[in-house]
Design a protein around this ligand. Structure first.
Ligand SMILES: [Ca+2]
Ligand SMILES: [Ca+2]
Length: 211
């Protein structure tokens, strides 16, 4: 709960996400808030430094007499420009996406509610999903392959994947495996347990073990 005596109402905080936005080794904390019913105030999106000092906050859109963000935000590069956006689910004005300038070198430490898109609350050091394309996470290699555009690179962490790979579209893509949790280097190997079907397209494979 956020207590701000001057506001005169109760303000509640969502779960946080944790990102080192400027990659200076000190994590920033991002969360949403909502105010008590009947307050006629809107919630906000907040960014604090690691000591709890306010760095930035913005009011959510006004929608009726009340609005708020009850769920944890998700931080990702949703428009592919290299900078991150916090994606905030609001009570009365849908999904709000905010731009965070100069965050192309940010380190996402805990990028969404319960730490990962599977909501397992585990894998603290691997906050991102284990497969991604241009910073966008996917739940499986197949999901990423289905979403890949021509000549895009699918990156996979050095983890175990149990799935049949159906690489059957006509577009050329590159697969690069073995990444660490932050996708900074690929010195390991993903292990895929399943069948691989390749048809018509070209898939350039770099580092993958098929069982
Ligand atoms: Ca920082
Ligand atoms: Ca972006």
């Amino acid at each position: 709960m956020l207590i701000r005596p001057l506001e005169g109402v109760l303000r509640f905080a969502s779960e946080p996400v944790v990102v080192d936005l400027d990659n200076d080794g000190k994590a920033e904390i991002i969360f949403g808030s909502w105010t008590q019913k009947g307050s006629n105030l809107v919630g906000k999106a907040h960014i604090l430094d690691m000591y709890g000092n306010l760095l930035h906050e913005i009011e959510l859109p006004t929608a009726g007499d009340w609005n708020g963000a009850l769920a944890a935000p998700t931080v990702a590069d949703v428009d592919g420009d290299g900078d991150l956006e916090p994606v905030v689910n609001t009570a009365n004005s849908g999904i709000c996406v905010y731009h965070l300038p100069n965050t192309n070198n940010a380190r996402i430490l805990y990028g969404t509610g319960r730490g990962n898109f599977r909501r397992t609350g585990s894998n603290f050091s691997c906050a991102l999903d284990s497969v991604r394309i241009s910073g966008v996470g996917f739940l499986s290699i197949n999901n990423a392959y289905s979403a890949a555009a021509t000549d895009q690179t699918i990156q996979a962490q050095a983890q175990n994947f149990t799935e049949d790979l159906n690489l059957t579209t006509s577009i050329p893509v590159t697969f690069r495996g073995g990444y660490d949790c932050q996708f900074l280097s690929n010195t390991g190997y993903p292990i895929v347990t399943g069948k691989v079907t390749i048809r018509s397209g070209t898939v350039t494979m770099d580092k993958i073990i098929i069982k």
